[in-house]
Every structure is written in structure tokens, then in C-alpha cells.
Design a protein around this ligand. Structure first.
Ligand SMILES: Cc1cc2nc3c(=O)[nH]c(=O)nc-3n(C[C@H](O)[C@H](O)[C@H](O)COP(=O)(O)O)c2cc1C
Length: 318
């Protein structure tokens, strides 16, 4: 049996395989490099970067849920300059693409970080306009199509680098947001970020997270994410990196069939630090067994009888 071609081309961002790691769940790769050969990962989306170092939110800032976790980390990171000086050269030793996840509190800040990270060794920028865990910026930019268009367009004008826009699921219609990001000049979309959620300790009658509300991730969000990737892929012409609850190769294939050109693994890294390599190996074996020669043969190849296609979207009565 011939080995399949696992490489993907995300509108100019070429990965040797479609497995990436989701921002904020893999740090800058150092800790995970003890468990996983980073050369086996298509791309690393590094922890969200802000202009200045950030301590993040007060604790408790993570809580377990039945099928995933709730977090309110609040973009703790050492700042963009520290990353460029200390982490980027180290990441450059591996055969993996580096994606800088950038976060601003206003459009000027997004543009400034985009300019700073548009350097050799950073292969793509991931514009996070979907973080639910910070007061200013983040989600505020990602929920309104006009705002999404504005911020993406201004960042597009500030950099010629490959640009991914990360979408929030906490929106009315994901298709409008995806179209706005594409119109603004995104080369690629990544989705989904976390869904807002809450966990309460019944004995103290207090929310578990210090900030009350946080972002839900892990297996619980997967069907929502698959649906949103499917819907976005049906309206945009740019590729999508799908994520949300991927824990094994079958989850990964679901996203590819729904229309994702690559996938990202987040919360599952906490449960099993070797999950990326396992998904890669299992995906390759499954493709070989089933006669698939390339990832392209899977992307968007959902067998959805046309007659039923209209009923896939639940229309909320106005
Ligand atoms: C602890 C934690 C921190 C995260 N930090 C970021 C971040 O800094 N930037 C970002 O764009 N997304 C961040 N995310 C969202 C993930 O990248 C991903 O979009 C989301 O968790 C869904 O994927 P998953 O269910 O596989 O985790 C974070 C998620 C978790 C669980």
C-alpha cells in the first residue's frame, strides 16, 4: 500500500501534514517537545501574543466540565518581543510552521503586533478576534460583521504576511462573519474559538472561575464546531483550519469532510500530550486502508444528499 500525501496548501501556507495545535493549549512548544517530536506537527499556533507581557486573569481560571473544560486564562503571555527573541529562534530548529496568534485591545494594536510578527520564521499570523476572556479587544471585534471587516482590512493593509482570522462561535450567523473576514482580506480562517460557558459550585453558590464566565472547549463543543466549519465552508472560497474538541483521527476526518483544509488540536493536548502524533499516524493508516491518496480527497467531500441540504441549518424564528 502506498503512503498518502498528507501535505496541504492553505492558500499559500504549505504544511507537510494537516495536524496543527491550537493557540493557548501548546504554549510555545517547549514543554510538549519532551513528549512529541515537533517535526511531526504541520504547524504550531503559539500562545496568544499581546504587545506587552500579560499576567492574565485571577485564579481559579480553569474548571473541568463533563466533556471538556472551561478556561479564563486571559491571554497570559510574555509579550511579542520576548517571543520573537526567545521562542521563535528555538521553534525555527524544527520542521514545522510557526503561526503567531495575535491579540490587540484596539485596531492599532492588532496592526502593530501584526507588523512586529511579520518576520522570517513566522509563517502566518492568526488574528484572534474571538477571545471571550479579556475585557477589551478579542470577542468585541469578532461578533459584528462590520467590525470584523474593519479590523481584518486594516491588519491586511499593515502586513503582507499570510493571514489567518480566528472566528468566534459566539455569534448570530457564522456565515456573515466568515464572509466579512474573507472580504477584509483573510487568506484563511480558523475556527472555532471557545464557546462562552459557566460552572457553579453549588455548596458555595459561587461560580468556579474567578471571572464567572469563561470559554468552553473540548469534546462538548465538537458538533457545534463541525456545523460551523460546514456552514462557513459553504460560503467562503478561502481554506479553513477546523478545531473544537478533536481528540482522535475520526474527529479530524469529520472536520475535513465538513470542509476544513487542516485541523487543530487544543484541549486534548492536556489530556494526552502525545495526541498530535497519534492522530497523524492513525489518520495516515486510515487513509491507506480506505484508498485515499491525499488530504484533498477528503476536504469538503461530505456526502450530503442535495435534497436534504436545506434542512441542515436550523433557522431561528425572527
Ligand atoms: C487554556 C486555553 C487557552 C487558550 N488560549 C487561546 C489563545 O491564547 N488564543 C486563541 O486564539 N485561542 C485560545 N484558546 C482557544 C483554542 O485555541 C481553541 O480554539 C479552542 O480551545 C477549541 O479547540 P479545542 O476544543 O480543541 O480546545 C485557548 C483554549 C484553552 C483551552
Amino acid at each position: 500500500m502506498r503512503k498518502p500525501d498528507l501535505s496541504v496548501d492553505l492558500n499559500g501556507l504549505k504544511l507537510h501534514n494537516p495536524i496543527t495545535v491550537a493557540s493557548g493549549t501548546f504554549g510555545f512548544g517547549r514543554e510538549y517537545s519532551e513528549y512529541v517530536d515537533l517535526n511531526n506537527i504541520g504547524a504550531i499556533m503559539v500562545k496568544g501574543l499581546t504587545l506587552a507581557p500579560k499576567l492574565g486573569n485571577d485564579s481559579p481560571r480553569v474548571a473541568e466540565t463533563a466533556m471538556g473544560m472551561l478556561n479564563s486564562v486571559g491571554l497570559q503571555n510574555p509579550g511579542v518581543e520576548y517571543f520573537l527573541k526567545n521562542d521563535l529562534p528555538w521553534l525555527g530548529e524544527f520542521n514545522t510552521k510557526v503561526i503567531a496568534n495575535i491579540n490587540g485591545t484596539n485596531i492599532e494594536e492588532y496592526c502593530r503586533i501584526a507588523e512586529l510578527t511579520s518576520v522570517k520564521g513566522v509563517h502566518s499570523l492568526e488574528l484572534n478576534i474571538s477571545c471571550p476572556n479579556v475585557k477589551a479587544g478579542g470577542l468585541a471585534f469578532g461578533t459584528d460583521p462590520d467590525m470584523v471587516y474593519r479590523v481584518v482590512k486594516e491588519v491586511r493593509e499593515a502586513t503582507g504576511h499570510h493571514l489567518i482570522v480566528k472566528l468566534s462561535p459566539n455569534v448570530k450567523d457564522i456565515k456573515d462573519i466568515a464572509l466579512a473576514a474573507e472580504a477584509g482580506g483573510a487568506d484563511c480562517l480558523s475556527m472555532i474559538n471557545t464557546l462562552t460557558g459557566m460552572v457553579i459550585d453549588i455548596d458555595s453558590r459561587k461560580p468556579i472561575l474567578a471571572r464567572g464566565i469563561g470559554g468552553l472547549s473540548g469534546p462538548a463543543v465538537k458538533p457545534v464546531a463541525v456545523r460551523m466549519v460546514y456552514e462557513a465552508a459553504s460560503v467562503v472560497g478561502i481554506p479553513i483550519i477546523g478545531m473544537g474538541g478533536i481528540a482522535n483521527y475520526r474527529d479530524a476526518v469529520e472536520f475535513l469532510l465538513a470542509g476544513a483544509g487542516a485541523i487543530s488540536i487544543g484541549t486534548s493536548n492536556f489530556v494526552n500530550p502525545k495526541v498530535t502524533e497519534e492522530v497523524l499516524n492513525d489518520l495516515e493508516n486510515w487513509m491507506m486502508k480506505n484508498g485515499y491518496n491525499s488530504i484533498d480527497e477528503l476536504v469538503g467531500k461530505l456526502d450530503f444528499p442535495k435534497a436534504n441540504a436545506g434542512s441542515c441549518t436550523f433557522e431561528v424564528p425572527k
